[in-house]
Design a binder for this molecule. Structure first.
Ligand code: ADP
Length: 454
């Protein structure tokens, strides 16, 4: 666990008055930080042991609704409490907020004190443990793409989300000139996160007006997911401090490129990359081939964990660098999976399916489960594809809608075995609810198309 503040250091900082507020946060189903702001004295004296939250928080949607159909929590059972157990290995300052530190919490059952199985952090820990029992550890990196807008969230909301003007007037892919104009937002993002203990690599302009990318150095899977979650939160807060909105919605305009979150993955043993075999083609070991075979074979099963909303599926369009096929390729950005770093110790697989709205704990847990299955069953990897994969009729498709991905999730015996029946049933309900909410909505598109002419 990387943190740049021990509990003792926090106590000292509280005593000296340097820190007066501690945020105790857990990660919800949507990948957001939720929790409470503690007076720092109370936290270091008592609440560091545990605090509590309502158990609807792991059975809600982006709007904080209380949908029916969840076995774990309901009006019938009275919406009781969960324990939020601070993981003291994750204490870090939040330098963009005054005198504030934070800690991540695990969610435990109020009575048994056992981990709640559908807590995203618990789900990832479970798969890491399974991988560890095969003798391996996982290193992961998740790229964060997002858009910056001229106006703030509040101004945009008051305007009915109509006046969405990106911060830049043109495609800013790798642009130094345009990104210099955005340094009042991006520089504090890099520096504050670095000071919070996140191994920030770089930021760059992305391939659309107002689109940004933040790269964080790869780390153990759980650290990587923690980093991603904290960074995404910080991007929104720091942009807000500067009067701008930062959006991780994967597709905010039909004619604009969407935002992704590519996930780089490699397995290690005793500090050595087990994906690397210098004798083999591309430097790709047998273990790597099996892991990739599992990733590819089960991609339809876990697509929901990479694309959890109706909007997520609007990103999967031809010719936009967002993949539509479950195939792999060598350094080809049109395939769902790309082998990077060929012939070197840095050889790894990048999954390009996930959108910027993914919850990194769920995405990584699902992909680890698929890779583990590939290794356990010694699955065979198909040959790489090449050329424009969008036009490859033989290549299998990623589920193209939330409805389709909900069915592949519901019917996945592999995921039910790997993650638990109760967990998959829980997230299937979340997926259904998202679709039900959308189906109840009358969209602007329908009105404009049919109001006069239907
Ligand atoms: P690009 O030039 O496409 O940005 P990079 O070499 O910077 O590619 O790597 C992209 C991401 O992959 C970075 O976040 C990096 O930390 C991560 N990465 C590099 N090596 C590994 C590895 N062995 N396992 C997992 N992730 C890795």
């Amino acid at each position: 666990m990387t943190a740049n503040m021990t509990f003792d250091a926090l106590k000292k900082a509280v005593k000296s008055g340097e820190i007066d507020t501690v945020l105790a946060c857990f990660v919800d189903m949507q990948g957001r930080l939720m929790g409470k702001r503690f007076h720092a004295v109370n936290f270091v004296e008592t609440s560091f042991k545990e605090t509590h939250c309502c158990n609807y928080l792991l059975a809600t949607d982006l709007e904080m609704a209380t949908p029916d159909g969840y076995a774990s929590t309901s009006w019938q059972t009275g919406y009781g409490d969960y324990i939020m157990a601070p993981d003291l290995g994750t204490i870090r300052p939040m330098p963009w907020l005054e005198s504030t530190a934070m800690v991540l919490c695990d969610i435990l059952d109020h009575h048994s004190h056992a981990p709640v199985p559908h807590d995203p952090r618990a789900m990832l820990k479970k798969q890491v443990k399974r991988l560890n029992s095969l003798g391996f550890g996982a290193m992961m990196a998740t790229e964060l793409e997002f858009f910056l807008f001229e106006k703030s969230f509040e101004e945009i909301r008051r305007g009915g989300f109509r006046d969405l003007t990106p911060i830049s007037g043109y495609n800013e892919d790798y642009h130094i000139l345009q990104t210099s104009k955005e340094e009042h937002v991006m520089r504090p993002i890099r520096n504050h996160l670095f000071a919070a203990g996140l191994p920030i690599e770089n930021t760059k302009g992305e391939a659309e007006a107002g689109q940004e990318e933040l790269n964080i150095r790869y780390a153990d899977a759980l650290d990587c997911a923690d980093h991603h979650t904290i960074a995404k939160h910080a991007v929104k807060e720091i942009a807000w401090q500067q009067g701008h909105a930062a959006s991780f919605l994967p597709k905010w305009h039909k004619d604009r490129v969407g935002s992704s979150s590519h996930v780089h993955q490699s397995l290690w043993k005793d500090g050595q990359p087990v994906f690397y075999d210098k004798e083999k083609d591309l430097g790709k070991s047998e273990i790597m081939s099996q892991y990739m075979a599992g990733l590819i074979a089960f991609a339809p099963d876990y697509t929901y964990f990479l694309a959890p909303y109706v909007n997520s599926y609007k990103r999967f369009a031809k010719g936009t660098f967002a993949p539509t096929k479950t195939v792999w390729s060598v350094d080809n950005r049109t395939a769902g999976f790309r082998l990077c770093g060929e012939g070197s110790k840095g050889v790894r697989v990048e999954c390009r399916i996930g959108g910027s709205d993914l919850n990194p704990y769920l995405a990584q847990a699902a992909m680890l489960a698929a890779g583990i299955k590939g290794i356990e069953d010694k699955m065979e990897l198909s040959p790489p594809t090449s050329g424009d994969v969008y036009e490859d009729a033989k290549a299998a498709d990623i589920p193209q809608t939330l409805r389709a991905a909900t069915e592949t999730l519901r019917n996945s015996n592999f995921l039910r075995d790997a993650m638990g029946d109760d967990v998959i049933t829980h997230y299937t309900r979340a997926a259904e609810w998202e679709q039900e909410e959308f189906d109840r909505t009358v969209t602007d598109w329908e009105i404009a198309r049919g109001f006069e002419r239907a």
